[in-house]
Design a protein around this ligand. Structure first.
Ligand code: ADP
Ligand code: MG
Length: 237
């Protein structure tokens, strides 16, 4: 069973201005790490850097002892974006088989088998032949989770996967993620759904203005030490 190891050393990131300021954090043996913080605090930037989707301006980031700029690492990462990001002209099934054939060298037959088994895990086997526009937003988002799973990543990154969904569809998607808890995957995610953070995560990192202000086991949400996190928790509770 893999357990997540995160090692971030003096990480800074600049767009037009610096948005992550000299972050360092070492974690080991976590299963699901939540990034908390107001909009603009740097959660998405940090997630993208940890997933190897964006190269940091300076600093070192390794996940499970692999440098995030290693092409092998990048190939093995699952990422679920705020909105589903599926190809609109392909069925849910073909959205998954395409990746497996193109990046994994799967035969068509093996790709279909793998894709269907992951669609099944997300309770979408009966929707496999529909285009994204012909399924609900929750189903499309679950399909993008199935796609992330299908490349068999050790770690899946989720960036506010339910922010475009209504409360019922939000529940669908979050329940589907909870069902994956025992699948041997580890998760790093940002969400505004605090009940999900409490249920699902074993560790939280609270950010403000591009800094890590507080981090610890999920229970720290109930008694934050810093004024910044106290005030954030009071607003989201
Ligand atoms: P969060 O996910 O917590 O809302 P982000 O990581 O998206 O935070 O944003 C952190 C800061 O970086 C914000 O000030 C945002 O405006 C800025 N930012 C994010 N992405 C870009 C980008 N591609 N170009 C310029 N600025 C960006
Ligand atoms: Mg964000």
């Amino acid at each position: 069973m893999v357990t997540l190891k995160i090692d971030i050393k003096t990480l800074s990131h600049t767009y037009d201005i610096e948005v992550l300021h000299n972050l360092s954090i070492q974690l080991e043996g976590k299963k699901a790490v939540a990034l908390l913080g107001q909009s603009g605090s740097g959660k998405s930037t940090l997630l993208r850097i940890m997933a190897g989707l964006e190269k940091p301006t300076s600093g070192e980031v390794t996940i499970n002892d692999q440098a995030v700029d290693d092409p092998e690492y990048r190939k093995a990462v699952g990422f679920v974006f705020q909105s589903h990001n599926l190809f609109p002209h392909l069925t849910l099934l073909d959205n998954i088989t395409l990746i497996l054939e193109k990046t994994r060298g799967f035969t068509k037959e093996a790709a279909v088998k793998c894709a269907m088994s992951n669609l099944e895990k997300l309770k979408l086997d009966d929707q496999a032949h529909k285009a994204p526009r012909n399924v609900s937003g929750g189903q499309a988002q679950r399909a993008s989770i199935a796609r992330a799973l299908s490349i068999d990543p050790d770690v899946i990154f989720l960036d506010e996967p339910t922010s475009s969904l209504d409360p019922i569809l939000t529940n669908d998607v979050l329940n589907a993620v909870e069902d994956l808890r025992d699948s041997g995957k580890d998760f790093v995610f940002a969400t505004h759904v605090m009940s999900f953070v409490r249920d699902f995560s074993d560790y939280v990192i609270f950010m403000e203005n591009g800094n890590i202000i507080e981090h610890g086991p999920t229970e720290i949400m109930d008694s934050p030490k810093t004024e910044a996190m106290q005030s954030f928790m009071a607003k989201v509770r």
